[in-house]
Ligand binder design. Structure first.
Ligand code: NAD
Ligand code: UDP
Ligand code: UDP
Length: 310
């Protein structure tokens, strides 16, 4: 039985990863400072003998004994990561240094949850891993984008300098049950607004695009990456190439919820990327991974989850 550390394990993706790791027969140490995560996401795991929760901020050193690390700790939604941008950069950069130091001492494998945001507002469409990105160093998204870029740099330097086995995953917009209804991400916002009959808030003219991956597909890709052949480091894109405008997303959610909510237009936030779509050939080849769940099916499951909350 492996003892696996999941940082950010009480968050949206982290809690699903804990579920997967427990199902696969591992012991899980979930480390989270509950900044954006919640104990309710892992409540169902608390009684398991092979699950342990530790409240800790990864910007501080962590001395534990484990066999593998998944580093997911970091606020992920724009309103959360912009609330305390200095802490966001610290979490990405100092958190990466601490987790890499831990992995180096224990000589164990470590996976980094990176992001499509390393591509910024992309001039190349769709985005392959070889695209180097178009990111502002001074804008309001930079604390997240540049923090994540620096974390990737640290991972590759620990790999070259200290021979650490690393796995770097670039996650594209992912949605599903346990998204925080208050964190402002588009899928949760639109579903909650539609269910409550409130106005659907389209930022800008709604022509910007995103490619949405259902959480189960994401977790399968993450697990496959951690267990991929020795020496395969990534970075590798994990996302669903189905690309939609925000207007199309709103329309689909209105249909699936039978909602009479109206669309209203609000200003587009600064540096909001106009388009985003992953090239996933590398994940197909190296991980034998392909997203299985279409947007409509994933949205139905996510809508059921939010219905149970409201
Ligand atoms: P989330 O906000 O639900 O989860 C992040 C978790 O990290 C939370 O539980 C939070 O409390 C914890 N955390 C934050 N700062 C911490 C710190 N300093 N020390 C310890 N714990 C800390 O977000 P998520 O959507 O589950 O994202 C998980 C990871 O995946 C993040 O690293 C994010 O950047 C990455 N990611 C997510 C998406 C997505 O669409 N969900 C896309 C790209 C990348
Ligand atoms: N670290 C940690 N847990 C460990 C080992 C290291 O949190 O088990 C932290 C430690 O605080 C250090 C950082 O990881 O600052 C980087 O460690 P590394 O060995 O790379 O660098 P150094 O200790 O030489 O600064
Ligand atoms: N968005 C929107 N209405 C909302 C929330 C977000 O139109 O209520 C837009 C946002 O401007 C962006 C897209 O939806 O273009 C995705 O936003 P999200 O915050 O979910 O993710 P990210 O911008 O980090 O990809």
């Amino acid at each position: 039985m492996k003892r696996v550390l999941v940082t950010g394990g009480a968050g949206f993706l982290g809690s699903h990863l804990c579920d997967k790791l427990i199902t696969e027969g591992n012991e899980v140490l979930c480390v989270d400072n509950l900044y954006t995560g919640s104990k309710s996401n892992i409540h169902h795991l608390m009684d398991y003998k092979n699950f342990e929760f530790m409240r800790h901020d990864i910007t501080f050193p962590l001395y534990v004994e484990v066999d593998e690390i998944y580093n997911l700790a970091c606020p992920a939604s724009p309103i959360h990561y912009q609330f305390d941008p200095v802490q966001t950069t610290k979490t990405s950069v100092m958190g990466a240094i601490n987790m890499l130091g831990l992995a180096k001492r224990l000589k164990i494998k470590i996976l980094q949850a990176s992001t499509s945001e390393v591509y910024g507002d992309p001039e190349v469409h769709p985005q392959p891993e070889s695209y180097k990105g178009s990111v502002s160093t001074t804008g309001i998204r930079a604390c997240y984008d540049e923090g994540k870029r620096c974390a990737e740099t640290l991972f590759f330097d620990y790999h070259r300098q200290h021979g650490l086995e690393i796995k770097v995953m670039r996650i594209f917009n992912t949605y599903g049950p346990r998204m925080d209804p208050e964190d402002g991400r588009v899928v949760s916002n639109f579903i909650v607004q539609a269910l409550k009959g409130e106005d659907i808030t389209i930022f800008g003219d709604g022509s910007q695009t995103r490619s949405f991956c259902y959480v189960d597909d994401n977790i399968e890709g993450m697990y496959k990456l951690m267990n991929s052949r020795n020496g395969f480091t990534g970075p590798v894109n994990i996302g669903n190439p189905g690309e939609f405008t925000m207007l199309e997303l709103a329309q689909l959610i209105l249909e699936l919820t039978n909602s009479k909510s109206k669309l209203v237009s609000l200003p587009l936030p600064q540096d909001d990327p106009l388009q985003r779509q992953p090239v996933i050939e590398l994940a197909k080849k190296e991980l034998d991974w392909d997203p299985r769940i279409q947007l409509e099916d994933g949205l139905k499951k996510t809508i059921s989850y939010f219905e149970s909350l409201i």
